[in-house]
Design a protein around this ligand. Structure first.
Ligand code: ATP
Ligand code: MG
Length: 258
């Protein structure tokens, strides 16, 4: 497996007459967390959809684990999509089925395991994420926001994907739960050795978890680097974006190093 597990070269995406992504170059290294930050409409979700193969780039190259997915046939794309675990903004659990059935869903789709084996795998994954068997028969609506995030993450990790993608994992959560989700993302990276790609509006979260921060503006990457480099480097756009968030990023950096 190459060290540069996701590599984008001059990626462009056009919808009709509008170019939404205007030549993106990006490298995500294996086992690291990359945060993509930027304002509304910058193209963050579009970029994510291109990387996981839900949408096709208009031009450029997207290498996933060494394979360019841009010219790929649908059949091969399906194989590559399984390298990604997706954690959606609102956990996206099915409310009418139990936690067990939600988390076991990828196993039903992609394996021939028996129900007992599936249950054992689900319990193992939930345990690793700090949830015990008592949640199995519950319905998503009976869980707290933080627990739902864990369940959504357990489902995303069920097939042990090497890359986990999070779209706005902390949006709509209170600060304490946000912090717990950040810890979960970091523990997942360390415990399961996954490469993480996180889309977020949340500067505090970016400073807590990212090895690499990427600032997207109007379809272009305008800054990239370690978060603290962006806060104190010579890129004025990045400094201003971070300052405007009013987050005490230096305190977060100190805590992280401690
Ligand atoms: N399927 C589509 N067809 C046409 N335009 C689209 C489509 N998807 C996205 N766009 C446009 O692309 C631009 C970027 O959208 P995108 O959803 O990627 O932004 P974003 O950075 O994720 O924003 P937000 O922070 O609000 O989620 C927007 O102007 C949007 O209207
Ligand atoms: Mg979006």
């Amino acid at each position: 497996m190459p060290l540069d597990i996701v590599v984008l070269q001059d990626v462009r995406k056009r919808f009709g007459d509008t170019e939404v992504l205007k030549g993106i170059d990006l490298v995500c290294r294996k086992g690291e967390t990359t945060c993509i930050v930027g304002g509304s409409g910058a193209g963050k979700t579009t970029l994510l959809r291109l990387i996981v193969g839900l949408e096709r780039a208009t031009s450029g190259h997207i290498f996933v684990d060494g394979e360019d997915i841009v010219p790929m046939r649908e059949r091969d794309l399906n194989r590559v999509r399984q390298k990604f675990g997706m954690v959606y903004q609102y956990a996206a659990l099915l409310d009418s089925i139990s936690v067990l059935d939600n988390v076991a869903f990828p196993l039903v789709e992609h394996t021939k395991l028996s129900p007992a084996e599936r249950r054992a795998r689900v319990v193992e994954k939930l345990r690793a994420l700090g949830l015990d068997e008592s949640v199995l028969e519950k319905f998503p609506a009976q869980l707290s926001g933080g627990m739902r995030k864990r369940v959504g993450l357990a489902r995303a990790l069920m097939l042990d994907p090497p890359i986990v993608i999070y779209d706005e994992p902390t949006s709509g959560l209170d600060p304490l739960t946000s912090r717990a989700v950040d810890e979960l993302i970091d523990e997942t990276r360390r415990g399961f050795g996954v490469t993480s790609l996180v889309i977020t509006h949340d500067i505090a979260s970016c400073f807590r978890i990212a090895e690499q921060a990427v600032l997207l503006n109007a379809g272009q990457i305008v800054a990239r680097g370690r978060p603290e480099e962006l806060a104190h480097g010579d890129n004025a756009v990045a400094r201003e974006f971070i300052e405007k968030s009013l987050v005490d990023v230096d305190a977060i950096t100190r805590q992280r190093r401690a």
